[in-house]
Write a new protein. Structure first.
Length: 455
């Protein structure tokens, strides 16, 4: 790894770290936010949802901008915007001001994730690319898992405002490091922004994402839910028609003619649906049924963090050497075995014998899966489309998680009791197994391909 490659990797990790961290760190601060600024449960939920909606809705256009204007430029704008939005959150005088600022954070976060991963793709190749993706994956996974713990420490140390103010530190370091980045070549020959595609894409993603998040509060029969959902679906259909016909598409539909890109994203739906359900299921069950404290339930999944830290880059390098198919097939299966092991949990919960071994098995399976999955999806397409390719995969993973959690009530019932927990574990294992099967059937150990014409 050259000095410039190490710099690219560090910048990409720092930029993505804050975006993933802010997706989970705020949850533990909600009671303190409500206590100081007021507002009920709906207000607290909007502090979380405002970030998720804008982040999910703008992911595609952000990835397109990364390819069109250059990864370094878009990433710099994203870091600056994220810093400003974080400061606004930290000084928010009212809950309305905070919700708007959280929405702006999501806008900036959408610029960070695709650009940072595309920056890695443009700087690495071969086994080095796989190892770099694995390292990036490990740190972004760590950010998501340690978010609740870090948030709890900061809130207990003084104020919920610290959980936003702390973003200034990694953002400042990132901007300082970016000054040493070598100038990049023009990422794309396209000179025009697909304005119509951008608008339809935002509505097409934003409407369904909003409906999925808020349906638990209003119900599917409410016009507040079904109208945005319907409009979003229509916009998504129009988006696909427009992208097929326009000479300069925001999302080249030829991407989906690349076998590994399509198969990898189908596997992403199942795998990330299972991952999202599992984190929610375990932490809530341990608190409600096991009577664990919030901190203790957060610590329950910490072993996954350490396992990913040590193994993700190694499996990424192995994937680059031997191909991603084997790891994408076995990884989800190993993860599913971890959740099936937890079926031994009974009325009396012993974390060390009933939960921890399953968590460790799951962590190994996750480490085997995530970096090869990212490599398979992005390593199969031309580097010119790395930004939009990353955006598609990230948007799919987030929407898969939202859908899976929204549908969880169908499986477990109205509350997470012991029987519901067991049903949830089985559902999670099934989703992971489906991801492994899809990978076994659809993934090929092939090299990067040019994107076929969409027409």
């Amino acid at each position: 790894m050259t000095k410039q490659q190490r710099l690219v990797l560090l910048i990409s990790i720092l930029a993505s770290f804050v975006a993933f961290l802010d997706g989970s760190v705020v949850n533990v601060g909600l009671p303190a936010i409500s206590g100081e600024l007021g507002g009920g449960l709906a207000t607290q939920q909007w502090v979380v949802d405002a970030y998720l909606i804008t982040l999910g809705a703008l992911m595609l256009i952000a990835g397109s901008f990364s390819d069109l204007f250059g990864r370094k430029k878009v990433l710099s704008i994203g870091v600056i915007a994220f810093t400003i939005a974080s400061l606004l959150c930290a000084i928010a005088p009212t809950v309305e001001f905070l919700i708007i600022s959280r929405g702006l954070q999501g806008v900036a976060g959408a610029l960070l994730v695709p650009s940072s991963l595309a920056l890695i793709i443009s700087a690495f190749s071969g086994s080095g690319e796989g190892k770099a993706i694995g390292t990036w994956t490990a740190w972004t996974g760590i950010a998501f898992i340690i978010g609740p713990l870090l948030g709890g420490v900061l809130v207990d140390a003084g104020s919920w405002r610290y959980i936003f103010a702390i973003n200034i530190i990694p953002a400042a370091i990132t901007l300082w490091l970016m000054k040493s980045l070598a100038p990049e070549k023009r990422a794309s020959e396209r000179a025009k922004v697909d304005v119509i595609g951008a608008i339809l894409g935002v509505i097409g993603l934003g409407g369904p994402v909003y409906a999925l998040i808020e349906q638990a509060h209003y119900g599917w029969e409410s016009p507040i839910i079904y109208l945005p959902l319907f409009i979003g679906i229509i916009a998504a259909i129009m988006f696909l028609i427009h992208e097929k016909r326009t000479p300069n598409p925001m999302l080249p539909l030829g991407l989906f003619r690349v076998g590994n890109f399509t198969a990898g994203n189908l596997a992403t739906i199942a795998i990330y649906g299972g991952l999202s359900v599992s984190g929610f299921l375990i932490t809530v069950f341990l608190q409600q049924v096991g009577h664990f404290s919030a901190t203790a339930s957060g610590l329950a999944l910490i072993p996954v963090t350490f396992i990913m830290f040590f193994l993700s880059s190694r499996f990424g390098a192995l994937s680059a050497k031997f191909g991603p198919r084997l790891f994408m097939t076995l990884g989800p299966i190993v993860g599913a075995i971890g959740f099936l092991y937890m079926l031994r949990v009974g009325a009396s919960i012993n974390y060390w014998t009933d939960i921890l071994p399953g968590v460790i098995i799951f962590g190994i399976g996750l480490s085997m899966t995530v970096a090869p999955l990212t490599s398979a999806v992005l390593g199969s397409i031309d580097t010119r489309h790395a930004g939009i390719g990353s955006a598609v995969n990230n948007a799919i993973s987030r929407i898969a998680g939202l859908v899976a959690i929204a549908a969880l009530g169908i499986v477990i019932g109205s509350s997470i009791d012991l029987e519901g927990f067991h049903r949830g574990l089985i559902a999670t294992a099934i989703m992971l197994l489906v991801g492994g099967i899809v990978s076994a059937i659809g993934i090929r150990n092939t090299t990067r391909q040019a994107v076929p014409d969409a027409s």
